[in-house]
Design a protein around this ligand. Structure first.
Ligand SMILES: Cc1cc2nc3c(=O)[nH]c(=O)nc-3n(C[C@H](O)[C@H](O)[C@H](O)COP(=O)(O)OP(=O)(O)OC[C@H]3O[C@@H](n4cnc5c(N)ncnc54)[C@H](O)[C@@H]3O)c2cc1C
Length: 484
């Protein structure tokens, strides 16, 4: 049995936001500033979604180090104003560790091309040349990640630097990973640009993959979400955590209400506009009445990649001087590590540090099902074998499982995606936004922009409706009272 809006004071024309990550909170913040009534529902116990900072005793860490970088001044100013006095500038220093040695990341030609010995270097150069000649003759469309990278860098570079890591992240052969993902991910990056970057101290500004410094809140990336929440929780607007949306009722053209469960009760909340930043596939499945079978089956075809974060606290001042270290080889069970202290000194107490290891996996697979003790043991042993730590330095640990961390762009994903989007297009008051919400490989800057833009669209719509209501009231007044 549902209670009609009993948990909250219900106001006319309330805007309901599904998800308290950066998309939902940015939208909620802009709508609140415009004086509109807003409720945000977040299923987790805290706000921030993928961009939250975990506090574990005296240690803080992000779910995989999150650097904020944008070329959009409006977005940068939005974050700077929000976190006035809290931001520090961090020098990006990343390496790839493989074949028992370090390589620069982003790739630098001298190190990347010549670091592997003369025969491999010659093969890299000849493959790159052959690919250039082939492209001059025939400009083929890249379908997969493999096509795209081989086309840009040559086969040998693909085999050495891209294949193993990409397959570790996505759990798929590179010929099955869509080229669209890699084109978005390393947009603007070609061997030519990488060479310019290496030889002419080009800052990489404008190419997110190459940018060499970034801003960061001294207490962790989660401060963006915390501050956004503070800008919403006022004048009866509210961010409700531990509140999971279970159902969206509709009449075929408009969403009418959301059923929300907050572990004590289940509520049915009416709204005028609905913003959804929760995973697209989950949102489709909660529509009531249910969409046609082809839409439901399209939703089951879109996949996400999951993540486990293992954090090991260490009785030692510091382990590395890097922001991230990438570990492509399959023999190492995690794919990336970071040391939060290298992002901000405030992330760990004096004399101690911690390493955060990211395991890319699929919910229900062998890694996902390994218990926390097993994952911690594996992480500590790997860090020791790699020469980073001594076994007895590990003093504490914590394990977090994060479902749907990445939308998975398998070749052919566009068909089910288009089926879903064309069905959802009929709902006049449903706005999908954000990374999981839109099934896009969006970073924080993109999702903040998506939240702001969605809010601005709604503000314009509400203002148009209000103006036409005033016009109608005036017309009615003239009819009822000709002297008006
Ligand atoms: C390992 C990793 C590293 C990253 N590093 C960077 C980086 O360095 N720089 C960068 O810019 N970006 C980075 N990102 C991307 C960044 O995290 C995302 O772009 C951003 O956090 C997405 O925000 P969102 O609000 O769109 O989605 P989410 O953060 O996924 O928010 C959606 C929210 O909806 C909630 N929810 C789900 N279902 C329901 C329901 N039924 N009812 C209510 N609430 C629900 C979820 O709990 C979640 O809080 C990284 C991502 C990952 C996974």
């Amino acid at each position: 049995m549902f209670f009609k809006g009993a948990a909250f004071t219900h106001r006319k024309n309330e805007i309901i936001i599904l998800g308290g990550g950066l998309t939902g909170l940015s939208a909620g913040s802009v709508l609140t500033k415009a004086g509109l009534p807003v409720k945000v529902f977040e299923s987790g116990g805290a706000v921030g979604g993928l961009s939250r900072t975990i506090i574990h005793g005296e240690f803080r860490f992000d779910l995989g180090g999150h650097r904020f970088f944008t070329t959009n001044k409006k977005t940068e100013n939005f974050v700077r104003e929000l976190l006035d006095g809290e931001l520090i500038s961090v020098q990006r220093k990343s390496k790839i560790f493989m074949h028992d040695r370090y390589f620069d990341y982003p790739l630098k030609p001298l190190n990347a091309v010549f670091g592997l010995g003369i025969p491999t270097t010659l093969k890299i150069i000849s493959d790159y040349g052959a690919e250039r000649v082939r492209r001059l003759k025939k400009d083929s469309d890249a379908v997969s990640l493999e096509d795209w990278v081989v086309g840009k860098f040559g086969r040998k570079m693909f085999d050495i630097y891209f294949k193993e890591y990409s397959e570790k992240v996505w759990g798929l052969d590179c010929s099955r990973i869509s080229a669209e993902w890699v084109a978005q991910r390393i947009k603007g990056l070609s061997l030519g640009v990488a060479i310019k970057n290496a030889f002419f101290k080009f800052s990489g500004r404008g190419i997110p993959t190459l940018a060499d410094s970034f801003i960061y809140p001294s207490l962790g990336i989660g401060r963006i979400a915390d501050r956004l929440r503070e800008t919403i929780d006022k004048n009866n607007n509210h961010v409700a955590t531990s509140s999971s949306v279970k159902r969206l009722s509709h009449d075929g053209v408009r969403i009418k209400s959301a059923v929300v469960s907050n572990c004590r009760q289940i509520y049915d909340i009416e709204g005028s506009e609905f913003i959804s930043s929760i995973p697209l596939t989950a949102m489709v499945q909660m529509l009531h009445p249910a969409p046609p079978d082809n839409v439901i089956s399209a939703a089951s075809e879109l996949k996400y990649r999951d993540l486990i974060i293992v954090t090991v606290m260490l009785n030692r001042e510091r382990v590395t001087d890097q922001t991230w270290i990438y570990l492509p080889e399959q023999k190492i069970s995690f794919g990336r590590i970071h040391e939060p202290k290298n992002w901000s000194a405030a992330m760990a107490p004096r004399g101690k540090t911690h390493i955060v290891a990211e395991y890319f996996c699929a919910e229900g697979d062998a890694v996902w099902n390994t218990d926390d003790a097993g994952l911690t043991d594996r992480t500590v042993k790997n860090l020791h074998a790699l020469g980073f730590i001594k076994m007895n330095e590990a003093v504490d640990s914590t394990v977090l499982r994060i479902p749907k961390a990445y939308p998975l762009f398998e070749v052919g994903y566009e068909r089910p995606y288009d089926t879903i989007c064309s069905y959802l297009g009929r709902f006049q008051n449903l706005h999908i936004a954000g990374r999981s919400g839109m099934f896009k490989y969006y970073n924080m800057d993109h999702v903040i922009e998506a939240g702001i833009e969605t809010a601005e669209r709604i503000i314009k719509k509400v203002s148009r409706i209000q103006k036409s209501e005033v016009r109608m009231e005036k017309q009615e007044a003239v009819i009822l009272n000709p002297e008006f």
